[in-house]
Design a protein around this ligand. Structure first.
Ligand code: NZQ
Ligand code: ZN
Length: 396
């Protein structure tokens, strides 16, 4: 296990109806907030009205900005920064899924920042002031942004999707009420479950040794995600399953499961280029990339892949390591199919003639430049040629 330094100060409030207390929970944090939300689901469900009533009852003033799109854009963030500055808000309240939370984090980061917010994402600027506090009411368990220090934004003109991470961006408060997920369409549940599972893959498939505890915690969380998502596929109104899935999704990405391990993020690096160029949902893109990535790299560390196949995918242990790993990957593909997730680039709407070479170069350069390498990290380094062949394997 490697050295680590972990700080996770988010107040995490779980349970039916807890979002009704948002006003009182915000009182010690801010007198005035920017209420940030997406394209309309919060209004259709009535959640918006409940939140506004709670803020008013607690005497917390607010200005609002809706309209966050999936794969949130830097343009709306710029509007949010102006609004937050003009109104003098002291915190940003995100009511939504990962896109709304990431947009809220960017506004919180940009409001006290004197430079251009996008330049923090491109790393052209490195320094920033302390962001405003971010509070969250989660409406979609998926990205884990409710407890992560990360935000991912899309710059539509340049078709770039980049992340930024800083401990100060972990929300100060996150409220998770499982009944808010009952209005989600089945494909969003599937994208979400696929994303959270991949957040563990990126940490679990490592060459670091001596990680027995986080191995076991990760395996339990992966099994929970797979089981609860299958239950929800059959019965989307199972509130208990939503609660289990949401808690697993938070743990999957708050880095508890990554402590003391080298991490990969290769699948995310490859997927973000698909979302940036073709605006596909993040979880759908991951369902296509992950099996091809596993096929490409598993031989670099057969032990960890065989361990996953037996402890998570329920494959009977055997000396035939290749058979065990291949059966694990086949069962993962079957789970994606059961959830209705895409399996190929074509099913994602990405043509076989797409410029995979350019996407491979972009994926490797984004991650490589941050780490000072010419490859994506993981059990096996993935250079530009390997990245392109993984993309092409997804076309078959
Ligand atoms: O916009 P509205 O109308 O609210 O509709 C949303 C949106 O269309 C809808 N939705 C959300 N809650 C709902 C609901 N519909 C009905 N009932 C509800 N209760 O769901 C759609 C998708 O929402 P979105 O927020 O885009 O999905 P998700 O939570 O999967 O977030 C995806 C974004 O998170 C980023 C992804 O790259 C992507 O941009 N990620 C962020 C991470 C982080 N900050 O740590 C890590 C992840 O790896 C990921 O990259
Ligand atoms: Zn993700």
């Amino acid at each position: 296990m490697l050295n680590f330094n972990y700080c996770n100060p988010t107040r995490y409030v779980y349970g039916r109806g807890e979002y009704r207390n948002i006003g009182y929970l915000l009182q010690p944090i801010a007198h005035k907030v920017l209420l940030h939300y997406g394209g309309g689901s919060v209004k259709r469900s009535g959640l918006y009205d409940t939140v506004v009533q709670s803020l008013q009852a607690a005497g917390v003033e607010y200005v609002e900005l809706g309209g966050v799109k999936p794969n949130p854009s830097v343009e709306l963030v710029r509007q949010g920064i102006e609004l937050a500055r003009d109104a003098g808000v002291e915190a940003v309240l995100a009511v939504g899924g990962g896109s709304v939370i990431d947009s809220a984090k960017a506004i919180a980061l940009g409001t006290p920042h004197s430079g251009d917010i996008w330049k923090l994402y491109t790393r052209e600027e490195q320094q920033h002031a302390t962001p405003l506090p971010v509070a969250v009411i989660l409406t979609l368990p998926a990205a884990g942004s409710e407890n992560s220090p990360n935000t991912v934004l899309t710059h539509e003109q340049s078709q770039r999707k980049l992340g930024y991470g800083h401990d100060s961006l972990r929300p100060v408060l996150s409220i998770v009420s499982p009944e808010l997920f009952l209005t989600l369409p089945p494909e969003q549940m599937a994208y979400g479950a696929c994303d959270m599972l991949c957040h563990i893959f990126e940490r679990y498939f490592t060459n670091t040794t001596g990680t027995e505890l986080t191995d076991a915690l990760g395996e339990a969380t992966m099994r929970t995600i797979m089981q609860q998502a299958a239950i929800l596929r059959r019965n989307p109104q199972n509130e208990h399953a939503w609660g289990q899935l949401a808690l697993a999704g938070t743990i999957a990405h708050n880095n508890l499961l990554g402590l003391g391990r080298a991490q990969s993020w290769a699948c995310h690096g490859l997927e973000h280029e698909l979302s940036a160029a073709y605006d596909v949902p993040h979880g759908a893109g991951l369902a296509v990339i992950v099996p091809a990535y596993f096929e490409h790299v598993w031989r670099a560390n057969p032990g960890i892949f065989a361990q996953w196949a037996t402890n998570v995918m329920g494959v009977t242990p055997s000396r035939d390591t290749e058979g065990v790993v291949q059966e694990g990957i086949a069962r993962l593909r079957a789970w994606y199919r059961e959830l209705g997730l895409p399996q190929t680039m074509q099913e994602l709407g990405i043509p076989a003639e797409a410029d995979f070479g350019a996407m491979a170069r972009a994926a490797v350069s984004v991650y490589g430049s941050r780490l000072g390498t010419d490859h994506l990290p993981g059990v096996m380094p993935v250079n530009t040629a390997a990245a392109e062949s993984i993309y092409r394997a997804c076309c078959r």
